[in-house]
Design a binder for this molecule. Structure first.
Ligand code: ADP
Ligand code: ADP
Length: 228
């Protein structure tokens, strides 16, 4: 479902962030993207979201060459990807319900479908009785569950998680990983950037390690491989 063909990204100052990356991620895979700071992980994700353009190469997602995607089509393309961040990024002046509903409103989903879908998503992430609360009334783990529900709102085929457990204690981190694992088992592809060694080592998923813009390791049932 995701194919990087000879992808390089050179930033303005001749800084090579990614160098001739080739990889394939199949539908339904769960992939950890690891590597030290500056390795190119954020660049990889920005390319996938079409927030930046590669200097060389092609990126194919669900059969579409996104490097050739017309500007007008970018919002539709992005709707097919849910994103979960370390700092949750919920709208603080909207309730749990409204945060999820809003993601559907901007995708032109009918209010009838929103009313049907939001409770399903709340049930999935275990927050049925919290729909009227605001983000600041929730624990970090709960805020991340809302963010995951929002990421799933428009039924994306891919979820990108950028350090989703970075602000959570170990118990909440594991609960989030269990939720992501369930979502993955129902067919959604997951690409997760993380520095959480314990999580990567225990999940036994595919691990792609980047260093200085190059893939140095790509293993099914891999390990984190660094000490931090
Ligand atoms: P990671 O997410 O693994 O820490 P990044 O993708 O953020 O790595 O960065 C890869 C390399 O590209 C780093 O050396 C970084 O300094 C450089 N870089 C990232 N963004 C820019 C930018 N906008 N301009 C110049 N260099 C950048
Ligand atoms: P944790 O310590 O597990 O991160 P908190 O102590 O922040 O969580 O919150 C515990 C529970 O209390 C959560 O379920 C949260 O939704 C609820 N809660 C916290 N603050 C408020 C508030 N201001 N109004 C309503 N519920 C709240």
């Amino acid at each position: 479902m995701i194919e990087f063909k000879n992808i390089s990204k050179v930033y303005g100052n001749n800084h090579i962030a990614l160098s001739n990356i080739n990889l394939n991620i199949k539908k339904g895979e769960f992939v950890f993207l690891v590597g030290p700071s500056g390795a190119g992980k954020t660049t990889f994700i920005k390319l996938l979201l079409k927030e930046i353009e590669p200097t060389n190469g092609e990126i194919i997602v669900n059969g579409t060459n996104i490097t050739q995607l017309k500007r007008k089509k970018i919002p539709y393309y992005r709707r097919n990807i849910g994103v979960v961040f370390q700092d949750f990024r919920l709208l603080s002046d909207k309730t749990v319900y409204e945060n999820i509903a809003f993601a559907m409103e901007i995708a032109d989903v009918s209010s009838k479908d929103i009313k049907r879908r939001v409770p399903q998503l709340l049930a999935l992430v275990g927050l049925i009785n919290k729909e009227k609360l605001y983000p600041h009334q929730l624990s970090g783990g709960e805020q991340q569950r809302v963010a995951i529900a929002r990421a799933l709102a428009n039924n994306p085929s891919l979820i990108i998680c950028d350090e989703p457990t970075g602000n959570l204690d170990p118990d909440n981190s594991w609960a989030i990983m269990e939720l992501l694992n369930e979502i993955n088992k129902s067919g959604t592809t997951i690409v997760m950037v993380t520095h959480a060694k314990d999580i990567v080592d225990r999940m036994k998923k595919r691990v792609i390690a980047l260093e200085k813009g190059v893939i140095i390791r790509d293993e099914q049932r891999g390990v984190y491989g660094y000490e931090d």
